[in-house]
Design a protein around this ligand. Structure first.
Ligand code: BG6
Length: 475
């Protein structure tokens, strides 16, 4: 559909950006915080440890003031489970509670909505030792954590996200340092999808608990959604695209919204003797959890062809190689790639928004979207990142088109507010509007610098998404 005029962004549209605790805070074992899976993992060779990151734990006031200067209406951040419950359950760490109280209050000081991710890739190490998500008790562990958050922050936090990218935890967990399987695991696929099932039940129960304890609050899932294209118009490729869409995307949203397993994924698991075991009450719990909105992270689309028997599984969040018997990924010749090999597809963003909205009819907030690049701090104290401005402008333009297509959007939080440590490629893969003076091994000053994209995004927010031209004013 070619629009002659575009509908404006909603008047109270939530412009902001995102971070996650384990990637930005640092202070990973300070003030009573227990270790998470990220603190005990072996980091990929050549990348930073996660002990300092951007040191936001000690610099949150400066960071939030800079976000306010950009005009943020929202800041999406996550709460580190093991900072408030060092062992995952039981004893509460008052210093941890205090830290997030301070962060929330600092946001509110600037009228910035805190959008809180409950769980972003950082399972407490003590719970991994107790069987991680394989243990059926993990559902109760998560609910205990949810209750502590709702009790302590529910008076001020009105928007909650359950589990960040549960689909990536399931599909590429080892790459992001999150998957712990029991030693005697025989059927790996079955175990992974049992873990996935426990997360789905935990999410559904957390949504119900949120509605019970905090009637005015809203809560939703936050998967990573990439619409999947068939490589050609061959019918076999279309079936492969439907398979990959089901296993990568719809399983998670069908479950969050309808409380039902996607039929294609269910059949796939059945054929591999990998169906999850339901505990008594799971089916009811899944049916009783209702999201108020859908949040999703978007980096690019995926393209697949029929599996010819040569699929090698693996990859990362955006460059998966496919799934045996389901689909084989195919490099899309129409798309350019980032410096880190991820395809770039702004029009696919519009297509993904349209598809998600027409399937689920819930308002959408984008909780990640952005360009990881090698940024350079110049002699003049500036970071010139026109490539990021171009990337974001093209995506916002397509989001505007999607709004004009009738998609109900409530906010946009690109990745990331501040430079932080990437999941597996170190801090050299930067995403922020705010540059942090350090590299993977030299911690330097950790001082903050406004990138060109900082000034540009400030202008975009001030114009409520109308002015996307590359010009900006440095004040
Ligand atoms: C998402 C995650 O997968 O993508 C973030 O939610 C992550 O935690 C972001 O940092 C970008 O990925 P990467 O691998 O470049 O850090």
């Amino acid at each position: 559909m070619r629009h002659t005029t575009l509908k404006p962004f909603p008047k109270d549209f939530l412009w902001g950006a995102s971070t996650s605790a384990y990637q930005v805070e640092g202070a990973n074992l300070i003030d009573g915080k227990g270790p998470s899976c990220q603190d005990v993992k072996k980091v990929p060779e050549g990348t930073s440890e996660l002990d300092i990151c951007a040191d936001q734990y000690h610099r949150y006031k400066e960071d939030i003031a800079l976000m306010a200067e950009m005009g943020f209406k929202v800041y999406r951040f996550s709460i580190a489970w093991s900072r408030i419950l060092p062992k995952g359950t039981g004893e509460i760490n008052p210093k941890g509670i205090e830290y997030y109280n301070n962060v929330i209050n600092e946001c509110l000081k600037y009228d910035m909505v805190p959008l809180v991710t409950m769980f972003h890739f950082d399972m407490p190490a003590a719970l991994d030792e107790r069987g991680s998500w394989s243990n059926p008790e993990s559902v109760d562990w998560f609910l205990e954590f949810a209750r502590v958050m709702f009790e302590n922050y529910g008076d001020r936090v009105k928007y909650w996200l359950t589990i960040n990218e549960q689909n990536m935890l399931t599909l590429v967990g080892p790459m992001i340092g999150t998957m712990v399987l029991p030693k005697d695991t025989k059927n790996v696929l079955k175990e992974i999808y049992q873990q996935n099932h426990h997360m789905l039940v935990a999410q559904a129960k957390a949504m119900a608990l949120c509605h019970e304890m905090l009637p005015g609050a809203k809560i939703g899932p936050a998967p990573n959604i990439s619409l999947v294209y068939p490589a050609t118009c061959k019918p076999e490729d279309m079936i492969a695209a439907q398979n990959f869409n089901a296993v990568r995307n719809w399983l998670y949203l069908d479950m969050a919204v309808y409380g039902k397993y996607n039929n294609i994924v269910w059949s796939y698991l059945e054929e591999h003797d990998a169906l999850p075991t339901f505990a008594p009450g799971d089916a009811e719990a899944l049916a009783n959890g209702h999201p108020d909105f859908i949040a999703f992270n978007y980096y690019n689309t995926a393209t697949v062809e029929a599996d010819d028997g040569t699929v090698v599984e693996g990859g990362d969040q955006q460059s998966s190689k496919g799934i045996t018997g389901m689909a084989k990924t195919f490099p899309n010749p129409n798309l350019q790639k980032s410096q880190f090999g991820w395809e770039i597809d702004p029009i696919g963003f519009r297509a993904t928004l349209r598809e998600v909205y027409s399937r689920y009819r819930l308002p959408i907030v984008i909780t990640e979207n952005g360009l990881g690049a090698y940024d350079k701090l110049e002699e003049d104290g500036r970071v010139h990142d026109p490539y990021r401005i171009e990337y974001l402008a093209k995506h916002i333009e397509q989001m505007h088109q999607a709004i004009s297509d009738g998609v109900e959007m409530i906010g946009y939080c690109p990745w990331s507010a501040v430079d932080l440590v990437s999941t597996h490629e170190g801090i050299r893969k930067r995403y922020g509007f705010i540059y942090v003076d350090r590299d993977d091994f030299d911690i330097r000053t950790l001082d903050r610098y406004r990138k060109d994209s900082f000034y540009w995004y400030k202008k975009v927010i001030a114009s409520n998404g109308e002015d996307l031209s590359p010009e900006f004013t440095v004040e």
